[in-house]
Design a protein around this ligand. Structure first.
Ligand code: FES
Length: 105
């Protein structure tokens, strides 16, 4: 199991434990982080799974694909460490990951 710290939109803190192998979006959605709507189900088409990577692997701090980058560009709240959580596959190295849910566009 890996542990992930989450700051919700209301600034509340949650800590979730998940098995690696799934996506960060699934981990958040399936562990009661209701701020993550994930309307498109993880197809990189809605940006309702937008998070900021506050602490984690360097690879997580930039969009993984042109599609993700383009979609993040549509958000008013894009920041340097913005990611679409459905595009992040969790690995054992992600234990201790810290994320913040981005404001809703
Ligand atoms: S769930 Fe729609 S882009 Fe991530």
């Amino acid at each position: 199991m890996i542990s992930i710290s989450v700051t919700r939109r209301d600034d509340g803190q949650s800590s979730i434990s998940v098995e690696p192998g799934g996506t960060l979006m699934e981990a958040l959605r399936d562990n009661g982080i209701d701020d993550i709507l994930a309307i498109c189900g993880g197809c990189c088409a809605c940006a309702t799974c937008h998070v900021y990577i506050e602490d984690g692997r360097d690879e997580l701090k930039a969009p993984a694909s042109e599609d993700e980058n383009d979609l993040l560009d549509t958000s008013e709240y894009r920041q340097e460490q913005s990611r679409l959580s459905c595009q992040i596959t969790l690995t054992p190295e992600d234990d201790g990951l810290k994320v913040r849910v981005a404001p809703e566009d």
